[in-house]
Design a protein around this ligand. Structure first.
Ligand SMILES: O=C(O)CCC(=O)C(=O)O
Ligand SMILES: [Fe+2]
Length: 345
């Protein structure tokens, strides 16, 4: 096992000058279509502005898109409107006025530089731009709008199409200064494991507990379909990890505990301020967030997110074709399903 001085998790950082910030703001201000009601028109407008990204940011995106260098990129000092509305008190898709914040085009330009924007039909009422902020009703769930510790996770793992990259844009930082996004290099962590551990983690022995189980274990726990943490798809190694996975037997439980400890040790804090964009290579990195103290008064932290795939075969898909089905949805815990879909509660 290498206990070298190299940090396991690396983060690349690019910071726009104020002039570059102003230039990007003015170039993207021409994007008028509403991404929540007419994504196709919105994307066509945003795409025409791909050159608005500075060469340094473009190059950094190309690197992370190709899986080279650091698996995490932080771009700082992006333009956020000074008159950003108060952080909403209900799911974005439940708002009466689903107006764009003016920041979506920036995310779209980033997403389209990396691959193709996509999402899941069952999530966020099919929106391709996700708005995440603390919601009282979601306090304790493992979801971006919670307040408890958000465990380290691969974004949307164990699906036919998992995101290759994700982009998280901070519209409003945490007023308490407490929120810290965490990023850890899963690929490097796995590469440092010995062969018996790798063999254990390669067995389909890891699942989520659920009240809508596909499998009921000998001890009575209901779980989703067991999957390997180290798997393969189309001949390529696929790594998928989530902090609340459970193991289906004792050997796999020991391996999962060991990996969990190492992944936590590898995590680096990335506190996000307004105008910070975090891009993650979801094939290599896991991310999460510490517990926070939301105020639920319109001043809370607000992130906007887009998911990216490099594997949708069709070029320039329509908005409808960008939504894939989350076929594991039926086995999710009922509470989690309600949160995901944005069902009013
Ligand atoms: O709140 C955070 O910093 C992490 C959010 C997250 O995991 C996500 O939106 O995918
Ligand atoms: Fe996430």
């Amino acid at each position: 096992m290498s206990e070298n001085a190299e940090p396991v998790t690396e983060l690349a950082v690019r910071t726009l000058t104020d002039e570059e910030n102003a230039d990007l703001r003015s170039r993207l201000s021409g994007v008028r279509a509403n991404p929540y009601t007419d994504f196709d028109a919105f994307l066509a407008e945003a795409r025409a502005e791909v050159a608005a990204l500075t060469p340094a940011v473009h190059e950094a995106l190309t690197e992370i898109g190709a899986g080279r260098g650091a698996g995490a990129l932080l771009v700082r000092n992006l333009p956020i409107p000074a008159d950003l509305r108060p952080t909403p008190d209900r799911s974005f898709q439940e708002l009466d006025d689903i107006v764009p914040m003016g920041t979506e085009a920036m995310l779209a330009v980033v997403a389209q530089t990396l691959g193709e924007a996509f999402s899941y039909r069952e999530w966020d009422a099919g929106a391709l731009v996700h708005n995440k902020y603390p919601l009282r009703a979601h306090r304790d769930v493992q979801f971006g709008s919670n307040a408890v510790e958000f465990l380290l996770h691969t974004e949307t793992p164990f699906r036919d199409v998992s995101p290759d990259h994700l982009a998280l844009l901070c519209l409003r930082g945490d007023p308490t200064g407490r929120a810290t996004t965490l990023v850890a290099d899963l690929a490097k962590t796995v590469d440092a494991l010995d062969a018996p551990l790798i063999a254990q983690l390669s067995r389909p022995a890891f699942a989520f507990e659920t009240d809508n189980p596909l499998v009921v274990l000998a001890d009575g726990r209901g779980v989703t379909e067991p999957q390997p943490v180290i798997g393969s798809r189309e001949g390529q190694r696929v790594l998928e990890f989530v902090g609340d996975l459970v193991a289906v037997d004792a050997e796999s439980a020991a391996a999962l505990a060991e990996l969990t400890a190492r992944i936590k040790a590898a995590a680096v804090p990335v506190p996000l301020a307004s105008g910070d964009l975090l891009v993650l290579d979801n094939r290599r990195m896991v991310h999460g967030r510490n517990a926070i103290d939301p105020r639920y008064d319109g001043t809370d932290r607000w992130l906007q997110r887009m998911l990216v795939t490099s594997r949708l075969v069709r070029t320039s898909p329509t908005a409808a074709e960008r939504l894939v089905s989350d076929r594991r949805y039926a086995n999710y815990p009922t509470e989690y399903r309600q949160v995901l879909s944005g069902t009013p509660r």
